[in-house]
Ligand binder design. Structure first.
Ligand SMILES: Cc1ncc(C[n+]2csc(CCOP(=O)(O)OP(=O)(O)O)c2C)c(N)n1
Ligand SMILES: [Mg+2]
Length: 325
């Protein structure tokens, strides 16, 4: 598949930004600088970017507890996000969201979501709004292999077909729900066919390969945007950290993490493809790396210096007033 060079550079920059954001967030959490419960997306970057590169600001995404990557890929401001993780009142959600509730409505980011399979029903609502308004928007939900056993996921998929709405269900199979392997937790070993049983097409991707996800997501999103109803993307990928930061990961096989980082790294794969095709030089990618590292450094410096919420602000932006009229 050939893509304009600008698009290739953008895709690599986005994946690298997510990787460095996550690795730095990990370091800052371990240093005690970031409080709260955090789930890192490292290793799964190609999924978020391969999907979001097809979307515009008006399209919506709804994310998961592992949501930083989805938000960055959809265009969330990286400095605002780092401030949010640091609990600053200058953060994207004024410090009230934190890692698991980053949102930016202007960018179509309806929010990360701590409820497993809480996203798919919300995306069906957003897709229904798009269908009624005839605005050609699509509503994407990201969710994991653990979400596909939840009733809310089944109900959302069925309703999306019944209502014929432009919802795209992106399922990221990283083989684990918390510490439980998919082999144990999912009774059916063909999730693509099981999901297609709801009545919409599902496109399978190699979740460590940007081009594979971009291709599958393009087909699903085109299908939904054209008014043909929902579609799905099923991508297999590995997470390079534990379920949450601090997870000792005793459930992993010996060498599993090294193997993932060696053979399932989307950045390495992207570089290898570019070396083969010659479309982008390694030096150009090195220069993106340097720019991303500088941005992440700046985001942490600004987040550390940024204002913290005052006691007076505790109740602000918590409730919406609909007025009395
Ligand atoms: C409804 C609900 N049940 C249980 C949990 C606890 N929980 C948090 S993450 C998680 C596993 C999710 O696995 P998966 O959907 O595969 O996403 P991943 O963590 O692998 O990204 C569980 C069970 C929850 N947050 N919400
Ligand atoms: Mg999982």
């Amino acid at each position: 598949m050939s893509l304009p060079k600008k698009k290739l550079l953008q895709a690599y920059r986005q994946m690298k930004t997510i990787r460095e954001f996550e690795e730095r967030a990990h370091a800052e959490i371990m240093n005690g600088q970031i409080a709260g419960f955090t789930h890192l997306y490292t290793g799964q970057e190609a999924n978020a970017v391969g999907v979001c590169e097809h979307l515009n600001d008006e399209d919506t995404i709804i994310s998961t507890h592992r949501g930083h990557g989805h938000c960055i890929a959809k265009g969330a401001d990286v400095i605002g996000m780092m401030k949010e993780l640091f609990g600053s009142s200058e953060g994207l959600c004024k410090g009230k969201g934190g890692s698991m509730h980053v949102a930016d409505i202007e960018k179509g980011i309806l929010g990360a979501n701590g409820i497993v399979a809480g996203g798919p029903p919300i995306s069906v609502g957003a897709a229904l709004a798009a269908r009624i308004r005839k605005n050609k928007r699509v509503a994407v939900s990201f969710s994991g292999d653990g979400s596909v056993n939840q009733g809310t996921c089944f109900e959302a998929m069925n309703l999306a077909v019944v209502l014929n709405v432009p919802a795209v269900f992106v399922i990221e199979n990283n083989y684990y729900s918390e510490h439980t392997n998919i082999e144990y937790a999912v009774g059916c070993d063909d999730l693509k066919t099981r999901t297609e049983g709801f009545g919409f097409p599902v496109f399978v991707a190699d979740g460590a390969d940007f081009f594979s996800v971009f291709d599958a997501a393009g087909k699903a999103i085109d299908h939904a945007r054209a008014g043909n109803g929902p579609a799905g993307v099923f991508a297999e990928t590995g997470r390079f950290h534990g379920h949450f930061v601090g997870d000792p990961q005793h459930y992993r096989a010996d060498g599993e993490l090294d193997d993932l980082r060696e053979h399932s790294c989307c950045l390495k794969r992207f570089r290898e493809k570019m070396a083969e095709s010659g479309e982008v030089s390694q030096e150009e990618l090195d220069s993106i790396d340097a720019g991303v590292l500088a941005l992440i450094e700046q985001s942490v410096a600004e987040a550390k210096a940024a204002a913290r919420p005052t006691p007076e602000q505790v109740g602000n932006d918590v409730y919406i007033s609909y007025g009395t009229g």
